[in-house]
Write a protein that binds this ligand. Structure first.
Ligand code: SF4
Length: 288
């Protein structure tokens, strides 16, 4: 998701300073995958040199303190690797971010970003969604898949916002999750990117990475959120989410991760589950 036009939105005083009047585009085209240079010749710099990946030390029990330190070091390295990590949905308001995030289920952010300009122009506020013609809305949402269910959610969100929140997206987790089709993941996207409230976005990439990194073995997103929230500074939660999602989309793929081109390999006990040859791994890395 992204800080731009897209994902979740709201307009209140608390959003000032987070949102700008210009459409923000979460999906910037170039990946600042920027350390070292040379491997692959595509701007991707390759992994931090590591002679002893965490996997080699995995047989030794790790203390709680060591785990916290490793998680925070990993986050700092990801910050160097992805200095421009951001929400990859386009949005200009909390409402746009909320709607875009709901639409992003089971599809790509790029697909959502192709759909939302016309959608946001046609439905500028919660009241417009509340009174939308269902068939017309479904046609607009068709390219994102599951368009009937998504239209239902968006109309329901519009109605709930008008009826219970004066047409504004609320800035509290406990209120956001009462909206149709809005769970903790979507709520945290809105809070983190439209309201500046730190939140962990436990999507499929986030969950896969923190398990590979050995931060947790939990599968339940709520439990993952609780565990990771206890490892990394609260102020880092939103950016950590962006960084892990960036890394999951570009390097640590579900199938065949590019371990040999991974900048956080030295802190990863799963090093070796994917391609370890640096040259072959660099060719797997996605740069946009
Ligand atoms: S790419 Fe490999 S080394 Fe890097 S985080 Fe993923 S599993 Fe670990």
């Amino acid at each position: 998701m992204v800080a731009n036009r897209g994902a979740e939105s709201t307009t209140s005083s608390s959003t000032r300073g987070v949102l700008s009047s210009r459409p923000r585009r979460c999906s910037r085209t170039s990946l600042p995958y920027g350390r070292n240079s040379g491997v692959g010749g595509d701007g991707y710099g390759g992994p931090v040199t590591t002679t002893e990946p965490a996997r080699a030390r995995a047989s030794q029990p790790e203390s709680r303190l060591a785990l916290v330190r490793r998680a925070r070091r990993t986050n700092r390295e990801l910050a160097v690797t992805y200095p421009d990590a951001h929400c990859e949905l386009d949005f200009t308001s909390p409402l746009e971010l909320l709607v875009a995030t709901v639409l992003s289920a089971q599809t790509t952010d790029k697909r959502v970003n192709l759909t939302t300009p016309a959608l946001f122009a046609r439905y500028p506020d919660a009241a417009a969604y509340a009174g939308a013609d269902r068939e017309e809305l479904e046609e607009l949402l068709r390219p994102t898949g599951f368009f009937r269910a998504k239209a239902q959610s968006v109309i329901g969100i519009g109605q709930a916002l008008v009826e219970r929140f004066d047409g504004e997206v609320p800035g509290r987790l406990e209120d956001l999750v009462t909206l149709p089709g809005v769970g903790r993941k979507t709520a945290n996207v809105v809070l983190g990117n439209a309201f500046g409230v730190p939140g962990l976005t436990v999507d499929t990439h986030f969950g896969r990475l923190v398990r590979r990194l050995g931060w947790t073995t939990e599968e339940d997103p709520v439990k993952v959120e609780q565990v990771v929230g206890g490892l990394v500074e609260r102020s880092e939660w939103t950016m950590l989410s962006h960084r892990l999602i960036f890394h999951g989309r570009r390097v640590c793929f579900a199938r065949k991760p590019a371990c040999g081109a991974c900048t956080i390999a030295r802190w990863c006990p799963s090093f070796g589950v994917g391609e370890v040859d640096p040259v072959k791994a660099a060719k797997l890395v996605k740069t946009s």
